[in-house]
Design a protein around this ligand. Structure first.
Ligand code: NI
Length: 136
């Protein structure tokens, strides 16, 4: 079994807040990410797939194809968008990196399986220092 990873990037606005909490509680939990007038992040999305190497190509997957799947199913929906307001597949969830990983997994699993390989992990890097990773 071999694992290969594609990195894609997107830029989005969001606000982390829980409607059931006061502004003070949201500020305490989410810090500056709770700012009511939004803010942005330059996100890195790492998609790792696993499978056997095709002996003819030497590839587990053609990265151009994997990139296209990630763009069509995820990037076009989130890039230069407001994650709280604009993204159907994030409706009803607080757009933390954790929730984004789970939601993006659901968007990618089926189209990646069609290629005859498996999704292994979805990792979202929101800042230089913070990652979340979902293994399904
Ligand atoms: Ni933030």
């Amino acid at each position: 079994m071999l694992y290969v990873t594609r990195r894609e990037t997107f830029n989005s606005a969001h606000r982390l807040f829980n409607l059931d909490w006061t502004d003070d509680k949201n500020l305490e939990v989410y810090g500056p990410c709770s700012n009511k007038n939004w803010h942005g992040h330059n996100y890195n999305l790492f998609v790792t797939v696993k499978g056997e190497m095709n002996p003819d190509t030497g590839f587990v997957v053609n990265m151009k194809l994997l990139s296209r799947i990630i763009h069509e199913n995820v990037i076009v929906h989130v890039d230069h968008k407001n994650l709280n307001l604009d993204v159907d597949f994030l409706k009803g969830v607080i757009p933390t990196s954790e929730n984004m990983c789970v939601a993006i997994w659901k968007m990618l699993e089926a189209p990646i399986n069609i290629l005859g390989i498996q999704l292994h992990s979805v990792k979202i890097q929101e800042t230089e220092k913070n990652y979340a990773e979902y293994l399904g």
